[in-house]
Design a protein around this ligand. Structure first.
Ligand code: GDP
Length: 443
C-alpha cells in the first residue's frame, strides 16, 4: 500500500508533539521541518511542499494553538486540514448529463498508465448506476489495445464500438456517438491512443476530437508509481488539451504516493478516482479527507479530537487539570468525567477510537455504559466530604453508601478501586481530558 513510509514518519513526528504538554514555536517549527522532509521523500513536488508547510506554520504558531489545552493535537489537526485542502477538499464526481442525453467522456493517458483497465472499471461503475455505456476504441496504432478494450468490455458486459485501425480517431468518435444515439446508449467513453511519451501528434489528436465532437469530460489517467512524472504529465495535458479530472492508478502498489498530494495543487484539477488493483472492481472514489486520514495514519483519532473539542466543557477540563496537578481529584470529578464520556458516545466508543489505548485501559472494562448509572447512584450516596476525600472511606461508611445506593458493598469496593485506577490513568492521558502528566500516555 502506498504511503506506508510517509505515514510512519508522520506518526513519529506527531507522537513527539503529543508527548509534550506545552509547545514552543521552535517545537512546532522543528516538527514541521520533519514533516517537510517526509513529504519530499514521498515524492511530493517541492513547490507544493513549500507552500503546504508555510500554510500549516502560519496557522500553527499562532497564540490560539500555543495556549490551547492540547497544542500538539491542534498542530496535527491543522496538518490534516491543510492536507485535505491540498487534495481539493470536496469529492468530485464525473459529471454526467441526464440519462436521456449522451455524455461523451474522453480518456487520455500515456501507454501503460492503466487507461484501458480504468475505462472498463468506470464503465462497470456507470453500469451499476443504471447507465448504458458504450466504449469507443480509438487507439488505432496498437491493434492489441483495441483487443484489450474488447476483452475488458466483455468482462464488464459493456459493448465496444471499434472500426479497426484505418480510420481517423475523430471519425471513429463521431460514428460511435451516432451509434450510441441510435441504440440507446447514454455514455460514450473514448479510449484514445497512449504513447510512451507525450508528443505533439498525441496532443493534436486529442485536440482534434475535442474540436469536432462535443466532449463533456476529459479525464486523464496517470500512474502513481511514476511519482512526479505523473504530476508533470497531468500539468502538460491540462495546459495543452484541458482536462476535467484525473484518475490516479496503482496506488495499491509500492509507490511513495506523492502524486496524490501534488496533482490538485499543480493542475488545479481534482482526482476523481484511485486505482487500487488490477481487478476491474478495484477503483475507488477519491475522498480527500479519507486519504488524508490514511496518510496521517490517524483513523478515527480525528473524529475523537473533534468530539472532544465540541463536547467537552473546556472550563471544567481546565479545572480538572488543576486538580490533577494538585492531586485533588475526587469522586465529584469522577462523576463529571463520566458525564463527559457519556456525551462523547460512551467509553467503548472512545476506546475503539484510540489505537494503542485498549490494552492500557483494559482494567476499566467493568465500567461499561450500563454500569455507569450504578456508579452514579453510589457516588450520589456519598457525603460531599467523602467525595472530595475518598481516602476516608472506611468499611462502615462504605456499608452506609451501599445501602443508600441499593447495591452490595462489593460494588462500592469495586468502584473505589476503579476510581484509584482512573486517577492514575488520568495522569497518563495528557490532552484528552486536560491532564498534562503523562510521559507514558500514548494519546
Ligand atoms: P494502458 O496502456 O494505459 O491502457 O494500460 P493498461 O490498462 O493496459 O494497464 C497497464 C497495466 O497496469 C496492466 O497490467 C494493468 O493490469 C495494470 N493496472 C492498471 N490499473 C492498475 C491499478 O490500479 N493497480 C494495479 N496494481 N495495476 C493496475
Amino acid at each position: 500500500m502506498a504511503f506506508e513510509s510517509l505515514s510512519e514518519k508522520l506518526q513519529n513526528v506527531f507522537k513527539n508533539l503529543r508527548s509534550k504538554g506545552r509547545l514552543t514555536e521552535d517545537d512546532v517549527k522543528a516538527a514541521l521541518k520533519e514533516v517537510k522532509m517526509a513529504l519530499l521523500e514521498a515524492d511530493v513536488s517541492f513547490k507544493v511542499v513549500k507552500e503546504f508547510i508555510k500554510a500549516v506554520q502560519d496557522r500553527a504558531v499562532g497564540q490560539d494553538v500555543m495556549s490551547s489545552l492540547t497544542p500538539g493535537q491542534m498542530v496535527i489537526k491543522i496538518v490534516n486540514e491543510e492536507m485535505v485542502r491540498l487534495m481539493g477538499s470536496e469529492t468530485t464526481e464525473i459529471k454526467l448529463k441526464p440519462s436521456n442525453e449522451i455524455t461523451v467522456i474522453m480518456m487520455a493517458g500515456l501507454q501503460g498508465a492503466g487507461k484501458t483497465t480504468t475505462i472498463a472499471k468506470i464503465a462497470g461503475k456507470l453500469k451499476s448506476k443504471g447507465r448504458k455505456p458504450l466504449l469507443a476504441a480509438c487507439d488505432i496504432y496498437r491493434p492489441a489495445a483495441i483487443q484489450q478494450l474488447q476483452i475488458n468490455g466483455q468482462k464488464q458486459g459493456v459493448e465496444v464500438f471499434a472500426m479497426g485501425t484505418s480510420h481517423k480517431p475523430v471519425n471513429i468518435v463521431k460514428a460511435a456517438v451516432e451509434h450510441a444515439g441510435k441504440n440507446g446508449f447514454n455514455v460514450v467513453i473514448i479510449d484514445t491512443a497512449g504513447r510512451l511519451h507525450i508528443d505533439e501528434d498525441m496532443m493534436n489528436e486529442l485536440i482534434e476530437i475535442k474540436e469536432n465532437v462535443n466532449v463533456d469530460q476529459t479525464i486523464l489517467v496517470v500512474d502513481a508509481m511514476t511519482g512526479q512524472d505523473a504530476v508533470n504529465v497531468a500539468g502538460m495535458f491540462n495546459d495543452k488539451v484541458g482536462i476535467d479530472g484525473v484518475v490516479l492508478t496503482k496506488l495499491d502498489g509500492d509507490t511513495r504516493g506523492g502524486a496524490a498530494l501534488s496533482i490538485r495543487a499543480v493542475t488545479g484539477k481534482p482526482i476523481l478516482y484511485i486505482g487500487m488493483g488490477e481487478k476491474l472492481s478495484d477503483l475507488e472514489q477519491f475522498y480527500p479527507d479519507r486519504m488524508a486520514s490514511r496518510i496521517l495514519g490517524m483513523g478515527d483519532i480525528l473524529t475523537l479530537i473533534e468530539k472532544a473539542e465540541s463536547e467537552v466543557d473546556k472550563d471544567k477540563a481546565r479545572e480538572l487539570e488543576q486538580k490533577l496537578r494538585k492531586a485533588q481529584f475526587g469522586f465529584d470529578d469522577f462523576l463529571d468525567q463520566m458525564n463527559q464520556i457519556k456525551k462523547m458516545g460512551g467509553l467503548k466508543d472512545i476506546l475503539g477510537m484510540m489505537p494503542g489505548m485498549g490494552a492500557q485501559m483494559k482494567n476499566l472494562d467493568a465500567i461499561d455504559d450500563g454500569a455507569m448509572d450504578k456508579v452514579e447512584a453510589i457516588i450520589l450516596s456519598m457525603t460531599p466530604k467523602e467525595r472530595t476525600n475518598p481516602d476516608i472511606l472506611n468499611p462502615s461508611r462504605k456499608n452506609r453508601i451501599a445501602k443508600g445506593a441499593g447495591v452490595d458493598i462489593s460494588e462500592v469496593n469495586k468502584l473505589v478501586k476503579q476510581f484509584e485506577q482512573t486517577r492514575k490513568m488520568m495522569k497518563q492521558m495528557p490532552g484528552l481530558m486536560g491532564g498534562k502528566g503523562g510521559k507514558k500516555g500514548k494519546f
